[in-house]
Design a protein around this ligand. Structure first.
Ligand SMILES: *Cc1c(COP(=O)(O)O)cnc(C)c1O
Length: 426
């Protein structure tokens, strides 16, 4: 087993299944990325971005009260959600944007579903002085206005995609088309450890900073890790968190997929086990949830970041080889984990990350007190207030939204906006 792909392949998964026209930009990207990773001036610039812009290293916290309550393994939390823009996605966005800038690209395009990757990319582009266009399904644009507002605040242009079901998969297709037409000036910044070679290797490399910090933070405290838990959408936070440990026998690497409302087609996003099949979609071979026509299926999860129908090729391989154990965590278990960590530790997990948290809550009681579980809190939960509040306090939330509408329509905010605009003119 090796961390690096074998010419883009991880076992039978991965590859570069694209039309003739995209072969050249993919090869150029691979060459540029490989050279950058051996270039001290690139690494210095990347490290400066990590320290001053992203806020690395992110903290490593002992979940003392939770561990005590469970009476088994000691739980630690890698606080990746404290990274700038609220999640691990900025590690990849900043890294790829820097590679693109050094290649002489002036324009970045990306896809986004829930909008988290769009926000991270927009922020990284603003920081590096690159033009940014975000493809987003029109349905998602309507559902995810707070993130659209952030992307635009960072100066990005959000393009609603009107084709297909108008969701993430359609946005990816649109971004691919744009890239094929404009690769001379443009880099396509993919948001997870998937897509055609070299994206899975590149995204894992930029996210591996998370795992390497964990290695150092545990060594400093003399902690020996027994198990690590991460959630898996496309798989970028998990593969980065696990990276330094993949080639070792220990610790146990445990992945949590979106179990949604339970078993059954369309009720979850379980790609390892369940109903998934081998497929070639969006330029790479992996495990996908497909319908009977071979089209990408609809999935279900309370967390917008875990509802992708495919999975990164390296995770698919490591899941089949048994190095990574895969488990499904339901919506209810994730919601419970958000509450447990918030109330015991003062830390609010993103709903995605709460799947990993729930996994730790399940494992710990059966383990020894000397055992250690490290959970990757890939993101913080502030962004989920529009989902968690309607669940935990529906009445108050409805009243709040109604009052906001009244306030908006009363013209108070419009008056404020006008005086701001007049101030601009002076
Ligand atoms: C996007 C997202 C995920 C899922 O993406 P991966 O590529 O699987 O990491 C997980 N957690 C958070 C907080 C996210 O924003």
């Amino acid at each position: 087993m090796s961390k690096e792909s074998d010419n883009g392949f991880f076992g039978r998964f991965g590859g570069r299944y694209v039309g003739e026209i995209l072969r050249r930009p993919l090869e150029e990207l691979k060459v540029a990325f490989t050279a950058d990773m051996q270039d001290q001036s690139f690494l210095d610039e990347l490290n400066e971005l990590r320290r001053d812009f992203i806020g690395r290293p992110t903290p490593f916290l002992y979940a003392e009260r939770t561990s005590e309550q469970l009476g088994g393994a000691q739980i630690y939390v890698k606080m990746e959600g404290l990274a700038h823009t609220g999640a691990h996605k900025i590690n990849n966005a900043a890294g790829q944007a820097l590679v693109a800038k050094r290649m002489g690209k002036t324009r970045i395009i990306c896809e986004t579903g829930a909008g988290q990757h769009g926000v991270a990319t927009a922020a990284a582009c603003a920081r590096l002085g690159l033009e940014c266009q975000v493809y987003m399904g029109e349905v998602d644009v309507r559902r995810q206005q707070p993130n659209v507002a952030s992307m635009e605040m960072y100066g990005a242009k959000v393009i609603p995609v009107m084709t297909g079901s108008r969701i993430l998969k359609d946005a990816i297709n649109e971004a691919m088309r744009d890239w094929a037409a404009n690769f001379e000036t443009t880099h396509y910044l993919i948001g997870s450890a998937l897509g055609p070679e070299p994206f899975p290797d590149m995204v894992r490399t930029f996210q591996s900073v998370v795992g390497r910090e964990v290695e150092q933070q545990t060594a400093e405290r003399g902690i020996h890790i027994t198990a690590m838990c991460a959630c898996v959408g496309g798989g970028s936070n998990a593969i980065g968190f696990f990276e330094p440990f993949i080639d070792k026998k220990e610790p146990r690497l445990v992945a949590a997929e979106a179990g949604g409302i339970g078993p059954g087609r369309g009720n979850n996003a379980v790609r390892m086990g369940g109903d998934a099949v081998d497929g070639i979609v969006q330029g790479y071979k992996s495990r996908f949830l497909l319908d009977t026509d071979g089209q990408v299926s609809t999935t279900r999860s309370i967390s917008a970041g875990l509802d992708y129908a495919g999975i990164g090729p390296q995770l698919a391989e490591l899941g089949e080889s048994g190095r990574i154990e895969f488990n499904a965590v339901t919506d209810d278990e994730a919601l419970n984990a958000v509450k447990v960590f918030a109330q015991n530790e003062g830390v609010m997990f993103a709903l995605e990350s709460a799947h990993a948290g729930a996994m730790a809550l399940k494992l710990a009681p059966a383990m020894k007190k000397t055992d250690v579980i490290v959970v990757n809190m890939s993101g913080r939960g502030d962004k989920d207030i529009f989902i968690t509040s309607p669940v935990f306090r529906p009445k108050e939330w409805e009243q709040f939204l109604e009052a906001e509408l009244v306030r908006l329509r009363s013209g108070t905010d419009i008056h404020y906006a006008q005086s701001m605009a007049e101030g601009d003119k002076r």
